[in-house]
Ligand binder design. Structure first.
Ligand code: G6P
Length: 368
């Protein structure tokens, strides 16, 4: 059906701005907001208490959603998670345990490698749950359970709203599994559901600060290489930030776990390479801040994405600061995704690149 850009210059801009609405819609499909509980829109065809482990596989941005979800599923559902990109997983000959749950993630539901990973896991007797945006897709049809993201059609080649909707589904699922397994108390469920339900409003607040992203984008557009750093859920988000920047602006970028800085990338630090530090409020914030200071001490070109409190803790000279509201930490990657996407978008627009159709990329990769 017909999808237009509305008042936006690009589909990507429209899709970034739609996120509070589509994440809200997805969450209302998975949460009972008045009861403050998760209520999955499907019955799980297995006993969550008997699950041995979870395997996740996907490609591209959907893979990074899975990487973030690993933290949530391990923490809230106390289930071990193995995750790999589908093109590797399908050929790894990984032994999969009995009573294992395989989660595949795909916006289109047609990605060839992800489908092959699904089929491999199915042949190994795994329960197959897919998180997809297209209900009629091949991956949805071949799954035991389909968890839909209600993102609506995504036209921009670089995934944005499908990603945050995938995170919303994963967060709901992690809480539901934790409750069903008896490892998450009712009070914890209520707190987590409250924090999750607050994310669409916080994403809207992050979008409202778009004007603050533009000067940072102009600065980044001059670079030939960019490093993104984060810990915990912000580590995969750093990978996603680097992917978005590469895809849209063709600037080389790398995402790194902040704790790995001293095992290599610290050698790259100079004033020419922007180092974008994602510092959401979680238990690792202090550590992230000390990594930031290590970059500052070497004359690095620092850009911080974080709250005013993170800015104050950083106590370093910054080339750029994208301030986000103070939020609770559990599902912060949903909110921190917004400035990461906006930054890549504005760098590409500033450089005159084809934002919706980057060179050499396809929206859906249906061949190997
Ligand atoms: C392509 C797209 C990406 C997407 C990936 C996985 O590379 O350009 O935006 O993340 O495929 O696609 P899927 O439809 O499986 O999520």
């Amino acid at each position: 059906f017909l999808v237009d850009k509305g008042n936006y210059r690009h589909f990507m801009a429209k899709e970034i701005h739609e996120q509070p609405e589509v994440v809200g819609r997805t969450l209302s499909h998975y949460l009972d907001l008045s009861a403050g509980e998760v209520r999955l829109p499907f019955a799980l065809p297995f006993d969550p208490k008997k699950l041995s482990r979870v395997t996740i596989s996907a490609c591209g941005t959907a893979f990074y959603a899975g990487l973030i979800a690993r933290y949530w599923i391990e923490r809230h559902a106390r289930l071990a998670v193995d995750i790999d990109i589908a093109s590797e997983f399908r050929y790894r000959e990984a032994p999969l345990a009995e009573n294992g749950l395989m989660i595949v993630v795909s916006q289109s539901g047609e990605t060839a490698d992800t489908l092959a990973a699904l089929r491999y896991a199915k042949a190994q007797g795994q329960h197959i749950l897919s998180i997809v945006n297209v209900e009629t897709s091949t991956i949805a049809r071949e799954s035991d359970t389909v968890a839909l993201t209600l993102a609506g059609p995504e036209i921009g080649v670089a995934s944005t709203k499908a990603f945050t909707c995938q995170l919303a589904v994963f967060a709901s699922l992690a809480i539901a599994l934790g409750r069903a397994r008896g490892v998450l108390s009712e009070a914890d469920e209520k707190r987590l559901v409250r924090e999750l339900a607050a994310t669409p409003g916080q994403m809207a607040a992050a979008l409202a600060r778009e004007a603050k992203v533009e000067p940072v984008a102009r600065d980044v557009a001059r670079a030939s290489s960019v490093l993104y750093l984060g810990r915990g859920g912000a580590y995969p988000l750093a990978l996603e930030g680097a992917l978005k920047l590469k895809e849209l602006s063709y600037i080389h970028a790398e995402g790194y776990a902040a704790g790995e800085l001293k095992h290599g990338p610290i050698a790259l630090i100079d004033y020419a390479m922007p180092v974008i530090v994602l510092a959401p409020p979680d238990a690792t914030l202090e550590k992230t801040v000390s990594n930031l200071q290590e970059v500052a001490a070497r004359g690095g070109h620092l850009i911080l994405i974080g709250s005013a409190a993170a800015r104050e803790a950083a106590a370093a000279e910054l080339a750029g600061f994208i301030e986000l509201p103070e939020i609770a930490g559990a599902f912060a990657p949903l909110v921190y995704a917004v400035p990461v996407q906006l930054l890549a978008y504005h760098v590409a627009v500033f450089m005159g690149k084809d934002v919706d159709q980057p060179r050499n990329l396809a929206k859906s990769v249906t061949v190997e």
